[in-house]
Design a protein around this ligand. Structure first.
Ligand code: ADP
Ligand code: MG
Length: 323
């Protein structure tokens, strides 16, 4: 390790707001030593953000720090897990202390909020790339999976859809609310915890609703019917698409169906559990909205509220495929 890398770790990633009792050894030794509570399973996930692919060059460093952790916590949320630890692999093109301080501020503000401790990582020289791994706990056998939905189960999403996609489309013209949704996604940890014992299947929406709901359905060879007039929009989204210009109407449906990066949860609930789920999630800031129903016949069928069919134009973000 070079002097620069040592400085980076000691100055930016050693002191941190959270000190958990289940961390026997954190940043500083060859590896971390961690205690998993008795009766719990360890839930582990990882995501990489590459400059120019997952975020643009003008994204504030604090937003990159926040988002790198947030997209991971979103995966823990989708499992119903309680977050505990994180590791961080940082590849940096240059040593830029102000950038690093901002990045660390964004990362640790979110880590602090969910009582997550950074327990290790790696620091290397190269094109800007941020990889975060998070670790959480779930009681034995209680994890929420993508499989498990049944025909007749209601389909819900938390929060609102299409905001991040519209921010990407409008770029610098995006309003503050949309910009915030793209740069500072909020992992739906509390919703994931509230869904344990109630949801039959859960996935987080990172690549677009149709794509991610498709993953939820494919494991059980099921289908779905979606009421596109039920898709939840934010005020910021509605204000932005009211601006005159081509594409406003299709955007109202297409972005919530197909745009990625919202990091909401999409989940299914057996009808007898729906009232309780709506009450529990209704008490959270994000809330939840029923958007459709699971069906036996594979495929996703979209319809307007009045029953007419709707044919989506695009079906979500496909990695390695030119759209
Ligand atoms: P080693 O050479 O033994 O692999 P390193 O010199 O890479 O160890 O790292 C020294 C310590 O600093 C380790 O505890 C490692 O987990 C931690 N570390 C390195 N980079 C980071 C980072 N970006 N964030 C948090 N911890 C880091
Ligand atoms: Mg070592």
């Amino acid at each position: 390790m070079s002097g620069d890398e040592f400085d980076i770790i000691s100055q930016h990633f050693t002191r941190q707001p959270v000190a958990r009792e289940d961390v026997l050894l954190g940043v500083g030794d060859d590896a971390a030593l961690l205690l998993v509570p008795a009766g719990a399973e360890l839930v582990v996930c990882m995501d990489t953000l590459v400059a120019g692919v997952h975020f643009s060059a003008d994204t504030p460093a604090a937003a990159i720090g926040h988002k790198a952790l947030a997209v991971n916590l979103s995966d823990l949320a989708a499992m119903g897990a309680e977050p505990a630890w994180a590791t961080l692999a940082l590849t940096l093109p240059e040593y830029h202390p102000v950038w690093l301080a901002d990045f660390a501020r964004g990362f640790f503000a979110l880590a602090d909020h969910y009582h997550v401790q950074l327990v290790g990582g790696d620091t290397t020289h190269g094109p800007l790339t941020v990889t975060v791994q998070t670790h959480g706990f779930i009681r034995n056998g209680k994890a929420l999976r993508r499989t498990g939905a049944q025909p007749g189960d209601r389909i819900y999403v938390t929060g609102t859809l299409g905001d991040a996609g519209l921010a990407l489309q409008l770029r610098t013209a995006a309003n503050e609310g949309l910009r915030k949704r793209l740069d500072y996604p909020q992992p739906r940890i509390e919703a994931g915890l509230a869904l344990r014992k109630h949801a039959s299947a859960v996935i987080d929406v990172s690549d677009g609703l149709l794509a991610d709901l498709g993953h939820l359905l494919e494991g059980d060879d099921l289908g779905a019917r979606i009421d596109i007039d039920a898709l939840p929009h934010s005020q910021a989204f509605l204000e932005a698409i009211e601006q005159p210009g081509p594409g406003a109407r299709p955007a109202k449906y297409e972005l919530p169906l197909s745009a990625g990066d919202d990091y909401e949860l999409c989940f299914t609930v057996p009808p007898p559990q729906c009232a309780e789920v709506e009450q529990r999630l209704g008490g959270l800031a994000c809330g939840c909205t029923a958007i459709g129903v699971i069906e036996q016949v594979p495929g996703i069928r979209c319809h307007y509220r009045d029953g007419r069919d709707y044919q989506p134009v695009s079906r979500g973000y496909l990695h390695f495929v030119d759209e």
